[in-house]
Design a protein around this ligand. Structure first.
Ligand SMILES: C[S@@+](CC[C@H](N)C(=O)[O-])C[C@H]1O[C@@H](n2cnc3c(N)ncnc32)[C@H](O)[C@@H]1O
Ligand SMILES: [Zn+2]
Length: 181
């Protein structure tokens, strides 16, 4: 019986066959007990900065890694907060709200920036009417590859892009995490 159980989940290529279930539940969010327990990524030390996310297995293009979670803040709340001394995990949405991944966020808050990103953040309306931020792979990703977004930071005129230096080491690195002009 234990062998039959294993065969259910380990495919011939040695990878967990449940990864296909992940792809299904990515498109149709299911209650958590039905989610595949196989992790798509790990959090570990990154050469770019601090810790980052790394693919735990080969990922196909358009794989949903999950929703960027955290406390929802109004633009006024963000404005009233002193962020200078903090490592920030803020993600702005098109409805003007901001998600602070540092408060109640998930592992996706550790996504580092790359000027040649292999992931993107896509807005989607959740069933409860709130705007959700899904993290999706842009192309096929090798196991062990760091998963990154292009932060394309919007900065005010009092700061130069050079104030946000980039350490992604990509050949296309523009030298800054700020959006290109
Ligand atoms: C949301 S955190 C990313 C996760 C972070 N590495 C950690 O350890 O939790 C965002 C911060 O990471 C740093 N960071 C991310 N990508 C970077 C990059 N390409 N170059 C330099 N710093 C980066 C910056 O300090 C940025 O403000
Ligand atoms: Zn860069």
């Amino acid at each position: 019986m234990p062998i039959a159980f294993l065969k259910l989940f380990i495919a011939a290529d040695g990878l967990c066959s449940r990864r296909w279930i992940i792809a299904r539940c990515c498109q149709f969010p299911l209650p958590s007990p039905m989610r595949c327990p196989t992790p798509l990524f790990h959090v570990r030390t990154s050469e770019i900065h601090g810790v980052g996310l790394f693919a735990a297995l080969p990922l196909q293009a358009n794989t949903r890694l999950g929703a960027y979670e955290g406390r929802r803040m109004s633009p006024a709340e963000v404005e009233a907060t002193d962020w200078e001394s903090h490592l920030t995990y803020l993600f702005g949405l098109s409805d003007g709200t901001v998600i602070d991944g540092a408060q109640g966020g998930n592992a996706l808050r550790h996504l580092n920036h790359s000027c040649s990103p292999n992931c993107e953040a896509v807005e989607a309306w959740a069933l409860d009417g709130t705007l959700r931020l899904d993290i999706i792979t842009l192309g096929d990703v090798r196991a062990g590859e760091e998963l990154c977004l292009d932060y394309a930071l919007t900065i005010d005129t009092t700061h130069a892009p050079a104030a946000y230096p980039c350490a992604c080491s990509s050949v296309e690195c523009r030298g800054t995490m700020a959006a290109s002009a």
